[in-house]
Write a protein that binds this ligand. Sequence first.
Ligand code: BGC
Length: 480
Amino acid sequence: MAVLKQLPVDAFPRDFAWGAATAAYQIEGGWDMDGKGPSIWDTFCHAKGRVFKDQTGDVACNSYQLWEEDLKCIQQLGLTHYRLSFSWSRLLPDGTTNYVNPKGVTYYNKVINDLIANAVMPMITLNHFDLPQALENRGGWKSPEIVEFFDSYAKFCFETFGDRVKLWITVNEPYVCAKLGYEDGLHAPGLKEPGTSVYLVGHNMLRAHTRAWHSYDTHFRHLQGGKVSIGLNSDWAEPLDPDCPEDVAATQRYMDFILGWFACPVFCTGDYPESMKSRIQAKSLQFGFSEGPRLPEFSENELSPLGTADFFALNYYTSRKVKDTSSHPSELSFTGDQGAEGVTDPSWPVCGVSWLAVVPEGLHKLLNYIKETCNNPAIYITENGFSQIGPVELEDTDRCQFYQNTLQEVSKAIRDDGVDVRGYFAWSLLDNFEWADGFSVRFGLFHLDFSKVELKRTIYRSGREYAAVISRHRTKLEKT
Ligand code: BGC
């Protein structure tokens, strides 16, 4: 029996965006084709010992050459929206507008035009982890210069593609990029600089986003009428012991250090959460850190991040129970600053990767939390998914159940709680290059056989069932 067929589609608004998402480095391949410059992920993967079995995104799903196969997948699902990212260094090989790669422009023009011809609305992420290596060589996200480079790139994209693209995300998951790339060294550029660079990188991402949003607002919005946001990921967190005040406070810190870090400046106050400011300052004192504030301050002379999002772009995967660790001995580090540890509840099933406890009701609670704390924004769930590790079954019934439960929770948030959810993007359209896990972890609605050059796309049962939900929603609309 098809589980997703039981989903009541009535709760979803008429113009609900039914989408799937991907990111350039994870699917495109063609890493040095047709004038593309290298990105930090090319460099990271080409160095040995960083990624599962030293795999790389050199070819990935070869979407650079097989775009039309992806389009068939999109058509088969009946998506109304498709979220993809631009490879910055495919468009601007050295990261700057000094030289534009015409073949990169041609590629993305074709993708966008094909989508629109098929009544699929593109949502474009300008930077999904793959910073041009040439800019990394100039200091990357740690350098204040990056704000100018990002703004020029964003303006170039708005100018070139904004007549057709109406939904933009500037930076994907600054939390993950800063934490895994500069604190833990698990993602590109692979730096381990605990307790310092992470905040600087986050700050520069926020400043870059702010500049780009203002550029759009000033120069493009009146001509193009689109919307711009920043892609924020968050777990949902609850206290491990709800009767323990320390765990309750730690839970708030846990949320503040992941979601509030960016959501608070953009949606609430124009500044970082108080808990971050006070904890980081106290820890700096404790460790005798005297090289200036580790958490940068927003300057009066700069544009404020407050109000720089036309919708809330939320990536949700999992939940945690949180215990207080604020008095545990620690090194100078992000986790030490946070003073909170998230653990999984033994009753939660885990899918594929150990971090991914499957908790659909966490999304429901998180949606309500965003409604309450971020001034009831319009929300697009820009990523959410369920992973499998090989050998995988095309009859992925667990994943079907996951989508059923998740969409049920989303529908409850809309119908029962009045959360303004505008769309849902499954991560991911295709099995793809899952960063440090290489091709071992599969999130796709379509299966790929990475051992064969054809890289044939084959729909999973979860893909068929997701398509059935979309089709039922569309049929219902036609009748009313
Ligand atoms: C990222 C995706 C990634 C997914 C699953 C998100 O953090 O935006 O690129 O594949 O999580 O790990």
